[in-house]
Design a protein around this ligand. Structure first.
Ligand code: ADP
Ligand code: TPW
Length: 579
């Protein structure tokens, strides 16, 4: 075993090192991109990966690299790889690993680690930490490879764990010593595994499909809810066909927007608060009944008290057999992959499925019509200063004109208003804060979305949200990515109007520097910065950004009193509960 200079294996050489076994194992499995941040012991791994033709995207903070890997996993169904150094770099990447697990995105966090025997005796090694133990509860699976011969198996196990069944985050620990180990090149090549069928289809039981069809047939007021699992599954045509053949109105969850165009006649988005309590049968496709759906009970669902069941029946299509009954009774669980489940349902639906009762559809259309008209009125106003609506009216038009563009979105009000105002037209084009409502995904998602798709990316960011990953505008400029960041700047978290009640010199906890010039950050690295105070200026700048594909940051100055505490989830604040 050599531990000195890494050995680059060529046809003439008989030895291969750990670095190259890792790279070859990833490439063998169709993984061509690494997101990460170099340092001991993985700097050379990144260098050699680039030399071997992989795309290596280096970030300014591991958290952004991790979020990039997680969303690359969502977009491609291949695990996104994030590469970090030991202890602090690993910890910086860990938030994203936990985020991937929570959101069911396939990702592998590969972290270098220190000398095992020194770490285990707690003798104070450079960046000493028992990373495997720390990662385990936050990951779907966690593995460590100690010998070069096991690299192939380690990577195969990590890939399978990340993408099979319910996808999630996987941790792979790579001690520095491992990377420098060498072994016979022929045996090394032979030890690598090309994973066969990494995410096998899971066919639903025929009786489960039958049960679901019977529940659906009995419905007077059926509703389908599409979640980001349905977007992930890439069963777009089958899902659309099921919705259109049955004529059932549907609600897309945030990241399922665009699975069918938001302008689709059967979309009930604009009548959400009417359909949830009224529906008698709800079919969930790749959506959990978690907090984002008020746990399937309470007033949102027509229940009397906040924990009361509203009386509806649920059908749930999910790959995880444990998901059903997690919050309320599921009358017809259909366990399997969404493509297979929806195809089986489609076969059962046949060609003579009765449309839902006309009065249900008419009532939804009426609520929709009223809400859409009210929104159109609000969007047409042009207040000075701009507010969320007048700014997002511009974004809405630009996205409509560029339906292939990917929209990244975070913030509180900036998130809620964008979700309801900006229509999406294609699947997997809306990437946002996900299950946790986490801030900080912004620029990492932008980088990954642009790298993975080559498409224009538009980010709508609250000024607070942007700050979590703002330094990555350098990364965007460095790789010359077609990213247009719109910061909806209202001088603070939620709003910019709070004052320090003591009259002291410190700003209130939610308030930032007034009139901050975020666009200068982009200019600092050679991108285009624009200060926009009117919808016309914002429109011009966004159109120029899309035309030129240059990295652009538009500081869209909006009314600092626009916005409510926590956006639409004010009620989750403990003080609101006290009241
Ligand atoms: P949303 O936040 O959009 O409501 P969730 O993240 O709560 O969506 O739910 C996604 C669900 O989709 C998870 O329960 C997950 O197990 C499921 N899922 C993910 N991929 C698939 C797939 N290919 N087939 C079936 N279910 C899937
Ligand atoms: C990792 C809490 C939720 S939303 C938000 C914070 C800090 C920022 C809201 O202000 P912003 O948007 O972005 O300016 P707007 O439009 O309302 O003015 N830390 C993490 N995640 C979360 N969710 C928070 C803190 C939070």
């Amino acid at each position: 075993m050599g531990t000195a200079e890494p050995h680059v294996a060529t046809a003439a050489q008989s030895q291969v090192d750990g670095f190259h076994l890792v790279i070859d194992a990833l490439k063998l499995n169709g993984i061509d991109t690494l997101f990460g941040l170099p340092g001991i012991p993985i700097t050379d791994l990144a260098r050699m990966a680039q030399a071997e033709g992989m795309r290596v995207i280096s970030f300014r903070h591991e958290q952004s690299a991790g979020y990039a890997a997680s969303i690359a996993g969502f977009m491609t169904q291949k695990p996104g790889i994030c590469l970090t150094v030991s202890a602090p770099g690993f910890l910086n990447g860990l938030t994203a690993l936990a985020h991937a697990t929570t959101n069911c995105f396939p990702m592998i966090l590969v972290s270098g680690s220190s000398e095992r025997e020194v770490v285990d005796l707690q003798q104070g090694d450079y960046e000493e930490m028992d990373q495997l133990a720390i990662a385990r509860p936050l990951a779907k699976a966690a593995f460590r490879v100690l010998h070069a011969e096991d690299i192939g198996v380690g990577i195969a196990r990590a890939i399978r764990a990340a993408v099979s069944g319910r996808p999630g985050g996987v941790y792979l620990d790579m001690p520095g010593k491992l990377l420098a180990q060498t072994m016979d090149a022929h045996a090394g090549r032979g030890s690598l595994i090309k994973v066969v069928d990494p995410a096998p289809r899971q066919i639903p039981a025929p009786e489960a499909v039958q049960r679901a069809l019977e529940v659906l047939k009995g419905a007077q007021k059926p509703l389908v809810i599409l979640g980001k699992g349905a977007a992930y599954a890439q069963a777009d045509a089958q899902i659309r066909s099921l919705i259109e053949k049955t004529g059932i109105p549907y609600l897309p969850m945030s990241m399922a927007k665009g699975l069918l165009p938001d302008t689709h006649a059967q979309s009930a988005s604009a009548a959400r608060s009417y359909v949830l309590p009224e529906a008698d049968v709800v079919m969930l496709i790749g959506a959990r009944l978690n907090w984002l759906l008020s746990h399937g009970k309470g007033k949102t669902w027509g229940g009397r008290g906040h924990k009361d069941w509203g009386g509806q029946k649920f059908i749930q299509i999910d790959i995880s057999p444990q998901e059903a009954d997690s919050n309320v009774r599921i009358d017809a669980p259909v366990v399997g992959d969404i493509g297979s489940c929806v195809s089986a349902l489609l076969a059962g639906v046949g060609s003579s499925w009765p449309m839902p009762p006309a009065d249900w559809l008419a009532a939804i259309a009426e609520h929709k019509g009223r809400n859409v008209a009210r929104m159109a009125e609000t969007l047409a106003r042009n207040p000075a200063p701009m507010n969320f609506h007048s700014a997002l009216n511009v974004v809405r038009d630009v996205v409509k004109a560029n339906p292939e563009a990917i929209l990244v979105n975070e913030g509180a009000n900036a998130l809620d208003f964008t979700r309801s105002i900006v229509d999406m037209y294609r699947p997997r084009k809306r990437l946002d804060v996900g299950t946790w409502g986490v801030m900080g995904i912004g620029m990492g998602y932008c980088v990954a979305a642009a790298v993975v798709s080559g498409q224009q990316v538009i980010a709508v960011e609250g000024d607070s949200a942007f700050g979590f990953s703002g330094m990555e505008v350098e990364t965007i400029c460095r790789y010359r990515l077609p990213v247009c960041v719109v910061v909806l700047n209202n001088n603070g978290v939620y709003r910019g109007t709070d004052v320090n009640p003591t009259g002291g010199p410190d700003a209130a906890p939610t308030v930032f520097v007034k009139g901050a010039r975020y666009e200068k950050l982009m200019e600092a690295f050679g991108g285009v910065g624009v200060h926009a105070t009117t919808p016309a200026e914002l429109r011009e700048a966004m159109e120029a950004a899309v035309r030129s594909r240059k990295p652009t940051l538009i500081n869209a100055v909006i009314d600092e009193s626009a916005g409510t505490e926590s956006g639409r989830i004010t009620s989750l604040n403990p003080a609101a509960k006290k009241k």
